[in-house]
Design a protein around this ligand. Sequence first.
Ligand code: PLP
Length: 470
Amino acid sequence: MKNSDNPFRNLPAVHEVLLLPAIAALAERHDHDSIVEAIRVELSELRARLAVGQTLNGEAAEGTIAANVAERLSNDLRPRLCSVINATGIVLHTNLGRAPIAESAAKAAYEAARGYLNLELDLDTGKRSSRQDPIRAWVARLTGAESATVVNNNAAATVIALRALCQGREVIVSRGQLIEIGGSFRIPEIMGVSGAILREVGATNITRLSDYEKAINPQTAALLQVHTSNYRISGFTASVTTEELVALGKKHRLPVIDDIGSGALLDFSRFGFAAEPIARSSIAAGADLVLFSGDKLLGGPQAGILAGKKEYIQRIEKDPLMRAFRCDKMTLAALEATLRIYLNEEIALREIPVLRLLGLPLHELQSLAEELATRLRANTALASVATAEDVAYVGGGSLPDQQMKTWVVEVKPRDLGDADFAHRLRVGTPAVMARVRAGVVVFDVRTVFPEQIDGLQDAVHLATASEPEA
Ligand SMILES: *Cc1c(COP(=O)(O)O)cnc(C)c1O
């Protein structure tokens, strides 16, 4: 330690800090330039504090500087992606990665990632095969479609389908279905990208079969139906059924493309949700091509599945964009595992997390909420902890007007505002995302896995500790 009347002089130089054993040890994990930079930043912050007349009580000591530099570097190398406890109750939370996938699907992705697999190899013949073959087989079996293929997401599925089948020609679509899905996925813009020409028919609330029929001309390439996944038109409305559209398409030899959005493979009315289009029903109604997401109600990895007539799937697979849109091995492995679970509906309801969470009975949610509340009541930094019945949404652009009953724990800390508390929860370890409402932070237990209750309790403890612990 130097000793001078000038406190600036008491600060060590960068090269002196570099020689400290604690700093030298950092070279095992960090490169020299990053270490030098961290020391510079630390020293310049200390200098800035001296410049405004602050005294440095022991913070100019070499040991403290070394410790702070080490902490700076480890913060800097911290992963930016981390697991989050989802206490929002929103099952398909787009900002939290949409669907959590099944255990067997996650394992399949892990095995695919860390080793080699027969991605494009027919093990029987030893010849090259298509990476689409396994998914094709399972989707065909589950939906009744002749064939299927898969791309990175449903937006890509829409682009490639319209491009391969309708480029430079017209696609007829109802005005009431020109939707925007979150993240500015707009049907008219997607059609623009694909090179297909949009031909809007009908009015926002009413589109009749005759509106489609009148718009058909020699330039027409397809009839498109888009499920209005994230909003509902109510009141004085009329729309055309898939069957009617298919009959019209047959009459004029035009394919019907049905973008059903969420990828329901089973009937969601069992969860009390009004008719969500089911892939198999759309195929049975005669749609030539059905498009849906892998990571919405299907509950698998992010993907866009195209199921339908073989001739259309073949044309889509020949499109040059297929090379740009194809899925990687981890996605394909996880998707195959997810689809296999659906072969047995009972098992799907148990093992697909999205289905399990949507199906949680209210009394189970209530006991989970009470269990969490009991644990949180032991925390003396909380002014109040109460359980209540509440409502939540499915999220992810699915079932917009369908509320679900749920149970929540409402928490109010003594010395922290709701926004501060929620912020501390988000940046803590484990990170927790909760709802904030009129002075209370609300934990909806529907989306908290039972094995996360301990972590949630710890996170609340850390967030309410007077000095948040590191
Ligand atoms: C969500 C959705 C899309 C976009 O799907 P992503 O998988 O998010 O790309 C397209 N169409 C409909 C009807 C949707 O609901």
